[in-house]
Design a protein around this ligand. Structure first.
Ligand code: ADP
Length: 378
């Protein structure tokens, strides 16, 4: 889950506002140059044809002006330019006394109709491009809002992860502290037990700070510290860290470790997080079963090029329909559960190129297993 959180933070940067395209070229300089050339050509045509085509030549100029306005200016300005062109065309027609001749009258109406049609099309295209630009701006805004929401969700998930992961060592520190006090308050203080409790306090405090350090390292985009480690001592250490929780839940552990130590490339603290999460869940699952049946099996063995670890309990089990959602973030059946633990486990195991899965029979216990690629059997 951590990986997902940080990946989503990394891969959801706020989208940049892009400039919507205008006309043929998006570069304003090229665009303006194109229109200037068009205008010069249109003026040339007007000058050359002013004698022979006194209506057609200026109409061509007006059309060029109109298209240019539609490309560069707002709708209101385009309407103004269109009306101005029609006015000029009519004024020229009246000024030249074109209405005296049938051919120039029909020519004038042809030009006026062409100009109106082009004005109409230019306005429609302007409207369409404005609405496209508006939608693009809306889309960019929506994307930015989505990215913001994703960041908030990711931060929420991250905060939930830290709360979940640090809660276990803090609980262990509190109970070991209380145990230490009890050993010291006895009529004859048991210094050895008190010192053991103090050792557990120190180990759990160190673990809590390492978990936080790992989280900060991931936030700074550093990779977890993977190095060759033997799995079995990590399992023993993890059990030691939850000794008090096991005692509180009256759970006895049956440990079966592979006879030859199995070397894997792992981040020690992260792997401890996985094992401790599985053990904690097993303890909770056995809360309602009879004390003499509260046995937790922890096994490791090698199989081909992999080493496997199993944490099996005899608790309430998991209904078949819940199994597919088990590793999803926020899936929980507990009243006060966060539903984060197993998704963290899966992210960590995924990161270590391994697999994690669960098998369960409702009412008859659950077995969680994970496998990791083996470096060697030392
Ligand atoms: P949480 O413990 O906060 O609910 P987890 O991600 O650790 O979150 O567990 C998700 C759910 O998986 C639990 O709510 C529980 O229903 C189920 N679950 C996990 N481990 C076991 C187990 N050993 N036995 C039975 N159910 C389990």
């Amino acid at each position: 889950m951590f990986k997902n959180v940080y990946q989503s933070l990394r891969h959801n940067p706020c989208p940049k506002a892009s400039t919507p395209s205008r006309g043929i070229s998006t570069h304003p300089l090229v665009n303006a140059l194109g229109w200037a050339v068009g205008l010069v050509v249109a003026c040339g045509i007007v000058i050359i044809n002013s004698e022979t085509h006194s209506d057609l030549a200026p109409t061509l100029l007006y059309i060029t002006l109109l298209l240019m306005a539609a490309n560069l200016f707002s709708i209101n300005l385009v309407i103004t330019v269109a009306l101005m062109c029609m006015f000029l065309l009519t004024a020229m027609f009246l000024y030249n006394g074109g209405y005296h001749r049938w051919d120039s009258t029909t020519g004038f109406f042809r030009c006026l109709t062409a100009l109106s049609a082009i004005a109409f099309l230019a306005l429609r295209s302007k409207q369409a491009s404005d609405s496209l630009r508006h939608h693009q701006a809306y889309l960019i805004e929506a994307q930015a809002q989505l990215a913001h929401a994703t960041r908030l969700t990711s931060l929420g998930e991250m905060a939930a992860s830290i709360a979940h992961e640090v809660n276990q060592p803090l609980t262990a520190i509190t109970s070991s502290g209380e145990a230490c006090r009890r050993w010291l308050e006895r009529p004859v203080p048991d210094l050895k037990e008190a010192l053991d409790s103090l050792d557990r306090i120190v180990a759990n405090a160190r673990r809590a700070s390492e978990v936080i350090n790992r989280t900060r390292a991931m936030a700074r985009k550093c990779d977890p510290l993977r190095r060759p480690e033997c799995l079995e001592p990590i399992v023993r250490e993890s059990l030691d860290l939850v000794r008090h929780q096991l005692a509180q839940h009256k759970v006895s552990v049956k440990l079966e470790l592979a006879t030859t130590p199995s070397q894997v490339s792992v981040d020690r603290v992260q792997l401890q997080q996985v094992i401790i999460n599985l053990i904690s869940n097993a303890c909770h699952a056995m809360e309602t079963v009879q004390v003499r049946e509260r046995i937790l099996f922890v096994r490791t063995w090698t199989q081909g090029q992999e080493v496997l670890l199993e944490v099996a309990d005899q608790g309430i089990g998991i209904p078949a329909e819940a199994l597919p959602s088990l590793f999803n973030p926020f899936f929980t059946t507990k009243a006060n559960g966060l539903g984060i633990g197993l998704s963290i486990c899966r992210s960590i195991i995924d990161f270590h190129d391994g697999r994690i899965w669960a098998t369960s029979e409702a009412g008859r216990g659950t077995s969680f297993r994970f496998s990791l690629p083996l470096i060697s059997n030392a």
